[in-house]
Design a protein around this ligand. Structure first.
Ligand SMILES: [Zn+2]
Length: 53
């Protein structure tokens, strides 16, 4: 289990991505875009690519 101390100080790089997408239950590497409902494969990194494109 990862340590989560100083959560307010050290902003997790990927956490803000979850305001734009939600995890897909059947596949944790996939993220569903909240804006268009599309399933993005590869997680938050690709969700950000999708949103910035
Ligand atoms: Zn989208």
């Amino acid at each position: 289990m990862p340590h989560s101390r100083n959560k307010e100080d050290a902003a997790p790089s990927d956490d803000y991505g979850w305001s734009w997408g939600e995890p897909v239950e059947s596949n944790h590497t996939n993220v569903k875009c909240r804006f268009c409902g599309r399933i993005i494969k590869g997680g938050l990194t690709w969700l950000k690519e999708h949103l910035s494109a």
